[in-house]
Design a protein around this ligand. Structure first.
Ligand code: FES
Length: 115
């Protein structure tokens, strides 16, 4: 679950305009790939691990974002497993949850909260 309480570092990921509206992009932090989503329709930002737990594909940043009962989610482009962008849980299957990260936008830059 994303919460800013445990954040001990805000990683400056990229400029706001580097992220497509209502879409995602992958950023690298050390050896981690993090999928960042500009959910502009909701006026919200989300981030989660880029690796889909299903077949370990680095793919979630290229997934389709949407909502299920007002919960923001991303569907993997490979086999359409969907993960909550809030809790990280697999909404339509039994896959393990993905790690989600808090996101903040300041002065035109997107930051990812790491703990
Ligand atoms: S690899 Fe993501 S749903 Fe299969």
């Amino acid at each position: 679950m994303q919460t800013t309480q445990n954040v001990n570092q805000w990683f400056k990921a990229a400029k706001v305009e580097d992220f497509p509206k209502n879409g995602g992009a992958c950023v690298k932090y050390k050896d981690q790939q993090i999928a960042v989503f500009n959910f502009s329709r909701r006026g919200e930002w989300y981030a989660c691990q880029n690796m889909c737990p299903h077949k370990k594909e680095m793919a979630l940043a290229r997934g389709m974002i949407g909502e299920s009962e007002n919960e923001p989610k991303v569907a993997c482009p490979f086999h359409k497993k969907a993960f909550s962008l809030q809790s990280g849980e697999n909404i339509n299957g039994e896959e393990e949850a993905v790690t989600t990260y808090p996101v903040k936008v300041e002065d035109g830059y997107v930051y990812i909260g790491l703990s």
